[in-house]
Design a protein around this ligand. Structure first.
Ligand SMILES: CSC[C@H]1O[C@@H](n2cnc3c(O)ncnc32)[C@H](O)[C@@H]1O
Ligand SMILES: [Zn+2]
Length: 430
């Protein structure tokens, strides 16, 4: 058996306690063999975790990873104007090579900040899948469908592509890639298409992921035209099952929260994007109290403007308190759970907890920094004080993706150079 030992650190357990322990990994199986004191000193490889906290790898449950190319491309606008005036025209000019370059840059950023799994909605998905395969992360990928402004043939071609991608790439990268059907939202895909698309996906066991209840500009027309709330409409369309997960869920009322809890549909909270686009404050504590599965996502780097899940945890805690008008709301253990087990459950990928027999997906956070001293409470530090740049080692599926802050699976400098070239050329074309 080929083994990896993460030695001498403190380990964050699923019950949010921290213990001094080594972690022993079966690299062939990609699983955790043991967690405890003084484990196998003869392991094939050892990662030093002295002075570090070993956490589950962070799970970014809603992203558009290739949008790193559009980081800083258009800021300070609300969602609708931002998409229509800036982002969609730029995306229309993106080539498969551009998407590959943006995805590789985003994956480097994720590995460097301790993210080991993510869910992603975009186009040119074969390029994203190839980049994920090379990078070594896990992902649930999907082709995002918009039918607005398309004729029937184009709309159906987009839907067919989404289903084909979901079929073709499920299980790729040695099983690290899973897929979903991804209608962009309840307003950008027409009802006639949504109904059939969702039914076809579910008939083949393919989950559905979409943006929902993100802004009042999106919610109000649905209520006005249909006389019902968006998630009641989503339920009618069959898009509110225990396998499905939606991004944002900012403007959800109490009845919609009950629908989510009853259905077991995951909600991915994206606090930075929601603040930057001034979309609103999601009622996260209410969702948690109702028993909804809540994960955490960055959204794309054009509305965030980074893919750092440590930032996201801090934002979620801060915004959650403001939304609830209660300083005890969305506490540190809640946001750490959301960024790990909550996200993993929402997107149904392995990981999210360090336990024997579980996936060997982890991040080793270096605590030897002024902003992390003194070590009063390490769960508090993870939620409020740690930064992505504190991550020293990243491991996914038992494979070391970053060792001593050096990314091993992708070339960091080359990824940055390719992204710079891609955006320079894009700016000439758009
Ligand atoms: C059709 S692929 C996915 C599509 O979603 C766009 N997008 C990025 N961020 C958001 C957001 O916060 N709400 C809705 N849509 C978003 C992205 O630019 C792609 O066009
Ligand atoms: Zn999004």
């Amino acid at each position: 058996m080929n083994t990896l030992r993460i030695a001498g650190g403190q380990v964050l357990r699923p019950d949010a306690t921290v213990e001094d322990a080594d972690v022993l990994v079966d690299r062939d199986e990609g699983t955790i063999l043991d967690i405890g004191a003084d484990l196998d000193a003869d392991a094939d490889e050892t990662l030093d975790a002295e002075g570090c906290l070993v956490t589950p790898g962070l799970v970014n449950a809603h992203c558009h990873v290739a949008m790193t190319l559009l980081r800083g491309y258009a800021d300070d606008k609300p969602l609708d104007a931002w998409l229509r005036e800036d982002i969609w025209p730029a995306e229309a000019a993106l080539t498969p090579e551009d998407v590959r370059a943006g995805a590789e840059l985003g994956l480097v950023e994720m590995i460097k900040s301790g993210t080991t799994a993510f869910a992603d909605m975009y186009f040119h998905v074969p390029e994203i899948a190839a980049a994920v395969d090379e990078a070594g992360l896990r992902a649930r990928l999907g082709h995002g469908v918009v039918t607005l402004g398309k004729d029937d043939a184009d709309a159906r071609a987009d839907i067919d592509e989404s289903l084909d991608v979901a079929r073709e790439f499920d299980g790729a990268a040695d099983g690290r890639i899973r897929t979903a059907a991804m209608p962009h939202s309840l307003t950008t895909v027409a009802e006639e298409y949504l109904r059939e698309f969702v039914a076809d996906a579910h008939a083949e066991g393919i989950p559905v992921h979409y943006h929902a209840n993100e802004t009042t500009d999106e919610v109000d027309p649905i209520v006005d035209e249909r006389g019902e709330r968006p998630l009641s409409y989503a339920k009618e369309l069959g898009m509110l099952t225990g396998d499905d997960f939606l991004a944002h869920g900012v403007h959800v009322d109490d009845a919609e929260i009950d629908l989510l809890a009853e259905a077991g549909t995951g909600v991915v909270h994206c606090p930075a994007s929601n603040m930057k686009l001034a979309s609103g404050m999601a009622p996260v504590q209410k969702l948690l109290d109702a028993g909804v599965t809540v994960g955490l996502g960055t959204d794309g780097a054009a509305s965030n403007n980074d893919l750092d899940m440590f930032d996201e945890m801090r934002d979620a805690a801060m915004l959650g308190k403001l939304a609830a008008d209660d300083a005890s709301a969305v506490a540190a253990p809640d946001v750490v759970r959301m960024a790990t087990a909550g996200s993993a459950a929402a997107v149904d990928l392995p990981g999210g907890a360090l336990e024997v027999g579980g996936a060997a997906d982890l991040a080793v956070v270096d605590l030897d920094a002024p902003h992390l001293a003194p070590a009063n409470d390490l769960v508090s530090h993870l939620a409020y004080a740690a930064r992505g740049s504190d991550v020293r080692h990243t491991v996914c599926d038992g494979r070391v993706l970053m060792r001593d802050r050096e990314v091993l699976t992708l070339e960091e400098d080359a990824a940055m150079a390719r992204a710079r070239e891609a955006i320079a050329s894009l700016r000439e074309r758009v």
